[in-house]
Design a protein around this ligand. Structure first.
Ligand code: S3P
Length: 431
């Protein structure tokens, strides 16, 4: 448990945010699946990406994380080069590791067993298991294949045409990765566009990907080439600094080299719609991803009903946005966000419980949250439920709370953003 002292010092100047977690996973995985040496600069070095590196190593690719240099070096072995692992593959807390690598293992001869921590072993896997079975893999797991540990018996896969019932980039990506090694074409349709990092990175490796409204497709047995590039800063981690800057009076913060992929940045549109003084400008590109600068100043805010269609591209940012909403004038409503119930924790329940315990007016919907503001926040003890985004949200709440906020299981921030307190310290140091 970590005690966080209130420190309402404004956030000013320029800061850089560690590399994007979703993009880092994909860079390591694709680096392993192509032949040659990929050089990935500024990878996310949280526990989730380390789990992916470790699993890829057990499958026969060499992944070196050179922390001091901010570099990941991946010796790819090609689509046919991965081998049956000699031990259980541990995805830790990372849904992305388990789901994407289930797609990879589906095409690796032999048996791979994928497991994770208690939170990951509670999360639904049938969404990825069922379509991989359709492609020809034999997969089993607890609860008829819905819960890890998963046993994947790899096979020669066949491309299929799949319509997903949930908008999930993890599932879509698992199927594209499986499709890369399959015979024929794999086409994935989704109800709403989810983040498209995999499609972009496949193209950055020289693999042809077809895309249309609500679908994408890859033809199998294409050989990509090694990757080289910088991982854009993680916008979902940046959201905690953005939340702090918008809430703490006197703040004027610029975040540099942040990922601004249009399928990830709807949280910025929500902030604009709430009246925040925020601007962004994405003029460069790396690993197929746009990146640029976000400038945010402390602002007065109004409530906003977030359109359901925006939810997939801000799903990880709802915790920070819900906290911001507690300080906005009027009601902010998130609906169509039932997926939040099956993230690292039930984020709807965790957020409402935490916000209410500090004095905010928040209530649960079956598929979302309603927050009515503004409410002054007091102190309290927050159960992060071991969920990094909940812990980070309430660390930001501590900055504007009138009393001490204690966040239980603080160390879970290592999942995505171990550097948070350092970056916050830099932003509040007045430089
Ligand atoms: C991710 C996709 C999202 C997101 C998760 C990372 C990814 O999950 O919540 O943090 O890297 O593809 P879903 O695909 O389950 O929506």
């Amino acid at each position: 448990m970590k005690g966080l002292r209130s420190a309402p010092r404004p956030l000013r100047g320029e800061v850089a945010i560690p590399g994007d977690k979703s993009i880092s996973h994909r860079a390591l995985i694709l680096g392993a699946l192509v032949e040659g040496t990929s050089l990935i600069r500024r990878p996310n070095l949280g526990a989730d990406v380390r789990a992916t590196a470790d699993v890829l190593g057990r499958l026969g690719a060499a992944v070196q994380l050179e922390e001091m240099k901010g570099l990941a070096k991946v010796e790819g072995v090609g689509l046919q080069g991965l081998r049956e692992p000699d031990d259980v593959l541990d995805a830790g807390n990372s849904g992305t590791t388990m789901r994407l690598l289930a797609g990879v293992c589906a095409g690796v001869g032999g048996v791979s067993v994928l497991t994770g921590d208690a939170s990951l072993r509670r999360r639904p896997m049938l969404r990825v298991v069922a379509p991989l079975r359709q492609m020809g893999a034999t997969i089993d797991g607890r609860a008829h294949g819905n819960l890890a540990p998963l046993t994947v018996r790899g096979a020669s896969l066949t491309g299929v045409d799949l319509e997903l019932s949930v908008a999930s980039a993890q599932v879509k990506s698992a199927l594209l990765l499986a499709g890369l090694g399959a015979r024929g074409r794999t086409r994935v349709g989704e109800p709403r566009p989810s983040r498209d990092h995999t499609e972009r990175m496949l193209r950055a490796c020289g693999v042809e990907v077809e895309t249309g409204p609500g679908w994408c497709a890859v033809s199998g047995e294409q050989r990509g080439h090694a990757l080289e590039g910088v991982v854009p800063g993680d916008l979902s981690s940046a959201m905690f600094l953005i939340a702090a800057a918008v809430l703490v009076p006197g703040s004027d913060l610029t975040l540099v080299d942040v990922g601004l992929n249009p399928t990830r940045r709807a949280a910025l549109d929500v902030l604009k719609a709430m009246g925040a003084d925020i601007d962004w400008d994405g003029s460069s590109c790396s690993l197929g991803e746009p990146l640029g600068t976000v400038r945010i100043r402390h602002s007065a805010l109004q409530g906003f009903a977030v359109p359901d269609e925006w939810v997939p591209s801000l799903i990880d940012d709802i915790p920070a946005l819900a906290l911001i909403a507690s300080q906005a004038d009027g009601e902010t409503v998130f609906t169509g966000a039932g997926e939040l119930r099956v993230k690292e924790s039930d984020r709807i329940a965790a957020l409402v419980e935490g916000l209410r315990s500090l004095g905010a007016d928040a209530r649960e919907l079956p598929d979302g949250i309603v927050v009515r503001g503004p409410s002054p926040l007091g102190g309290g003890e927050i159960d992060s439920r071991g969920d990094h985004r909940i812990a980070l949200t309430f660390a930001v709440a501590a900055l504007i709370a009138s009393d001490r906020v204690r966040v239980k299981e603080w160390s879970c921030v290592d999942t995505s953003f171990p550097e948070f307190l350092d970056v916050l310290g830099e932003a509040t140091s007045g430089r």
